[in-house]
Write a protein that binds this ligand. Structure first.
Ligand SMILES: Cc1ncc(COP(=O)(O)O)c(C=O)c1O
Length: 367
């Protein structure tokens, strides 16, 4: 067990009343300004939590929204890592491991992960900025609110977007997708794996099969903000070109990290663009060398990564990919737990929003 006594790590998160923490910070600023030592009595107060074994979240109201979700003690403790340089030799392998474990979570060996400070929405910007050129066509499958937002984002970057709208409580049919793909050449197709507004699950494998059969050049983009690590998803085997997600849902980490994995085909489409990327922060021209450097064991800088969140993400990914239950078991556990919720809701006379059990997500339920 690492013993951590320094700085922020010493603050007894959730156990300390707010006022003393605030007062301590003010006192610390004041004292450092005058270059005077902090009284030992206040130092010892802030060293009551020095190891993971001692750290437990205080009892609190259970958070049961579809995200942010509750996070484990291990993840919260990792988030409270002492301040660390993003180019420190200690941090570089942590970031590198996160890139490698991200691939494992989406069952990809060839995908290029991007871990960037931001929320899930930044994944849409990455897709719209890097993979579509102004005037190109995009097809958005709409199974709830998030289809509209992705559409808006694509249009802002100049894509011509068509939407296929499913009935509320259902996903778009394969027949409708096939006929749309036959009508026009689309640079990419996007769909929300689980739309958080309806809890509708789309059949990712079937959608990818239809696209490969009817329009093999069209990139398949999966919004997995509400599905990654809770719904079955096999990026390479199913032929998904982009999986984008965020830290705060199935991955069990506080919000703030945009997580995206791009297939070699998607990277090729990006590299063969003829027009410039019209975003500065979301540009893969900036981020690709950074991700490659960290995975190769070197530091590189474009914009400061969320160092503490990366430690938290590392803790969660280690639990998900290296410890029991395995990802396969997690999918089963989610299905079983979800069924219990759905059965209980039915006993209470509540009707699910999903029109058919095949459209019902397993990570969340809408009634
Ligand atoms: C399916 C889906 N896509 C995208 C987003 C946007 O993510 P964020 O709020 O992290 O920007 C959300 C947010 O809940 C979502 O549920």
């Amino acid at each position: 067990m690492r013993s951590r006594t320094a700085g922020v790590r010493g603050v007894p998160l959730y156990h300390a009343p707010c006022a003393p923490v605030g007062l301590y910070m003010i006192a610390r600023l004041f004292l450092s300004a005058f270059n005077r030592p902090i009284p030992s009595s206040s130092r010892s107060f802030f060293r009551t939590m020095t190891s993971l074994a001692e750290f437990k979240q205080a009892p609190h109201k259970l958070l049961v929204i579809p995200g942010p979700i509750e996070v484990s003690d291990e993840v919260l403790y990792a988030n409270a890592h002492p301040a660390m340089s993003h180019v420190s030799p200690d941090f570089i392998p942590v970031f590198g491991d996160c890139l490698r474990m991200t691939r494992e979570v989406v069952f990809s060996t060839k995908g290029q992960p991007f871990l960037i400070s931001g929320s899930g929405t930044l994944g849409w910007d990455q897709v719209a900025a890097n993979l579509v050129q102004p005037g190109e066509n995009a097809l958005v499958l709409h199974s709830g609110y998030f289809g509209d937002s992705f559409t808006e984002c694509l249009e802002i970057y100049g894509a011509k977007v068509d939407q296929l709208k499913a009935e509320v409580g259902a996903a778009v049919s394969q027949e409708a997708i096939e006929s749309a793909l036959k009508s026009k050449k689309y640079r990419l197709l996007t769909f929300t794996h689980v739309d958080t507004s309806t809890a509708v699950l789309s059949d990712a494998k079937a959608i990818a099969e239809t696209v490969k059969r009817v329009s093999p050049d069209t990139l398949v983009i999966l919004d997995g903000v509400c599905s990654v690590a809770s719904e079955e998803l096999r990026m390479d085997a199913w032929g998904i070109d982009v999986v984008l997600t965020a830290s705060q849902k199935g991955l069990g980490v506080p919000p703030g990290l945009s997580i995206l994995v791009a297939s070699p085909k998607a990277i090729k489409v990006f590299e063969s663009r003829t027009s410039p990327v019209t975003s500065y922060y979301a540009s893969w021209k900036k981020w690709l060398p950074i991700m490659k450097a960290y995975e190769g064991g070197n530091a590189a800088y474009f914009a400061t990564p969320p160092v503490n969140l990366i430690y938290a993400y590392h803790a969660s990914l280690s639990q998900i990919t290296k410890k029991a239950p395995t990802l396969e078991e997690r999918f089963k556990l989610h299905r079983a737990a979800s069924q219990k919720i759905k059965d209980t809701a039915a006993e209470l006379g509540l009707k699910q929003l999903a029109l058919d059990p095949v459209f019902a997500a397993n990570g969340m339920t809408a009634v």
